[in-house]
Design a protein around this ligand. Structure first.
Ligand SMILES: NC(=O)C1=CN([C@@H]2O[C@H](COP(=O)(O)OP(=O)(O)OC[C@H]3O[C@@H](n4cnc5c(N)ncnc54)[C@H](O)[C@@H]3O)[C@@H](O)[C@H]2O)[C@@H](O)CC1
Ligand SMILES: Nc1ncnc2c1ncn2[C@@H]1O[C@H](COP(=O)(O)OP(=O)(O)O)[C@@H](O)[C@H]1O
Ligand SMILES: [K+]
Length: 519
């Protein structure tokens, strides 16, 4: 038996599809756990949590939405338990034919005098709704009259608690199947369902939490073979950070990062990338910028080695002018792209042909889209691409749309390009060429602001440079950078409101949030 804390840490990292959850459940039932006993255990846990969050008598009237499957069965157990705790419970049951176990619960609940309604209107005056219409068995579009009834819920103002996932969402892709419940809270049962970590599901989920019901870890491992989908938990990210150094070391042993960024037109991008890199703790930071940006960078980052490069007429880098005795392979990592403009194409060609771990962002990606991602498969060092959805579509026009199933999109992009791909968004998704996917579970729309991606590029470059000697996988480093970046956004939002998180401010929260997270 794993100690509770360690078990909790492990299961918080696991992400499953509906099919994987079915297989895990099937193993538990085959081993002898009665289905009815598990439903009782799950329903009981939900009911206890409801009583904590929505205590009687502040909340008196609870409407329970019951579907035909075991999601509805769970909801009926909750209905019964809340009834015995004094709540006034009403059941909405739009589908008459129920699965056997669900039907038994429905009969018993009815026998207790809890009213059942086919229409939604009688639930209008409830203080709380519990949504047990459909869970991971949701398999087709929601049709009338249920679609209109769910639509009606949007006009009501009481909180809605969804069991497992908001009814109407596809468990894996987060797609709305016709119409979906907009929950205030979601209690995800047992293991995180992949759909809850997809951008397009976010406005339906509300505050999500995992309700553990003691799935044996052996069953999880038996079903989830690598490559897996993992949630980037704080524990995972912190374990990847270069937090402690050996007592005897020197700056070049702590990684040397080269940033190549900026143009006369986009000076700020270079600065934000550099400030992100600074926070990473990288031992040595070199920054190649057009000559005219050198004074700005020197003034803001006195510790960095700023390399002023010859410029094109428009103020882009015309060629890299590295110091005598230095070439691109002298660095542990190179990060380039922010603010370069398309005139820097020869520079990108140069870094692609070199053997050094590489992060490409912004114009680096726009140039790569023109050159073609096939170029990457010839590289012997790792490449990380950090596109937002627009850049992603230009780079990978044949991949699934990043606006839809982001897990499939990022996985296919990494497999075809042989790069680690970090697809930015509300829930950033990262994949490596072997199909491993990481999903960053927490962030804030405060980050949807010009320049915040540049900060991530510098931060990631700095982490990559420090990790090259440590044999940490590049996708784990990218996941760690995404986690750190969004946690800084969350802290900055808390202290400064959502509109107070400009990209420069974000850089100022990278170290405080780390300090807070690692204690
Ligand atoms: N055995 C148990 O007691 C456990 C139950 N759990 C609960 O069971 C749920 C999964 O149960 P089920 O597999 O029964 O599936 P669901 O309860 O999610 O729904 C399946 C039922 O809905 C019907 N259905 C699907 N889409 C429909 C649509 N668009 N319109 C009308 N009907 C539709 C199906 O024909 C089926 O009868 C989980 O989400 C969870 O709530 C598990 O979480 C924990 C273990
Ligand atoms: N709605 C959102 N919720 C959370 N994070 C977001 C959201 N929108 C954008 N972000 C994050 O903000 C950053 C924006 O990066 P990017 O689009 O490259 O902007 P820029 O190029 O202006 O720096 C990414 O890290 C992305 O994940
Ligand atoms: K549900």
């Amino acid at each position: 038996m794993l100690p509770e804390r360690s078990r909790r840490k492990q299961i918080e990292q696991v992400v499953v599809t509906a099919e994987q959850m079915r297989q895990i459940e099937a193993r538990i039932f085959a081993a002898g756990m009665p289905v009815a006993a598990l439903m009782e255990k799950v329903g009981g846990a939900i009911a206890r949590r409801v009583q904590t969050l929505y205590p009687y008598p502040q909340i008196r009237r609870v409407g329970v939405l019951v579907g035909p499957g075991h999601n509805g069965g769970d909801a009926l157990v909750v209905a019964r338990e809340l009834h015995f705790q004094g709540y006034e419970v009403l059941v909405y049951r739009p589908i008459a034919k129920l699965k056997e176990l669900t039907d038994q619960h429905a009969q018993y609940v009815k026998s207790l005098g809890i009213p059942h309604f086919e229409a939604i209107a009688p639930l209008q005056d409830c203080d709380l709704l519990i949504d047990g219409l459909f869970g991971f068995g949701m398999e087709r579009q929601i049709t009338e009259p249920i679609a209109s009834d769910i639509h009606q819920l949007d006009r009501w103002s009481m909180p809605i608690l969804s069991i497992d996932l908001p009814s109407g969402l596809h468990t894996d892709t987060g797609e709305v199947l016709g119409k979906a419940v907009k929950a205030t809270r979601t209690f995800c049962l047992g293991l995180w369902k992949q759909g809850l970590l997809q951008d397009r599901a976010l406005e339906y989920i509300g505050t999500a939490e995992l309700l553990d019901f003691d799935i044996p870890t052996a069953d999880i491992h038996a079903v989830l073979e690598a490559p897996k989908v993992k949630r980037v938990t704080s524990d995972l990210a912190i374990a990847t950070l270069p937090l402690t150094r050996p007592p005897v070391t020197h700056k070049y042993k702590q990684g040397h990062l080269l940033l190549i960024c900026g143009s006369r037109r986009y000076a700020g991008g270079a600065l934000l990338t550099a400030l992100g890199a600074r926070a990473s703790g990288v031992g040595m930071l070199s920054i190649a910028v057009p000559e005219s940006l050198k004074p700005l960078l020197n003034a803001q980052l006195p510790e960095a080695l700023v390399v002023g490069c010859p410029e094109t007429d428009n103020g882009a880098i015309a060629q890299l002018d590295l110091p005598e005795g230095t070439d691109l392979e002298s660095f542990q990592a190179i990060a380039c792209g922010p603010g370069l403009t398309l005139e820097a194409t020869p520079i990108i060609q140069g870094v692609l042909n070199n053997d050094c771990p590489l992060v490409l962002d912004a114009d680096g990606l726009n140039i790569l889209a023109i050159l073609g991602t096939q170029k990457l498969s010839r590289r012997s060092s790792p490449t990380v691409l950090t596109p937002h959805a627009g850049e992603f579509k230009r780079l990978f026009p044949d991949a699934p749309s990043p606006m839809q199933d982001r897990v499939s999109a990022v996985r296919e992009a990494a497999q075809t390009s042989k790069a680690v791909v970090l697809l930015k968004g509300a829930r950033t998704a990262i994949a490596n060429p072997s199909g491993q996917v990481w999903l960053n579970p927490e962030s804030t729309p405060a980050l949807a602001r010009g320049g915040s991606g540049d900060v991530l590029t510098g931060l990631l470059g700095g982490l990559l440079a420090q990790a090259t000697a440590q044999h940490i996988s590049v996708d784990a480093i990218a996941a760690c950078a995404a986690w750190w970046h969004s946690q800084a956004g969350i802290l900055a939002e808390r202290e400064r409101t959502q509109i107070g998180v400009d990209a420069f401010t974000l850089t100022q929260f990278l170290i405080p949030v780390l300090h807070q997270s690692v204690g």
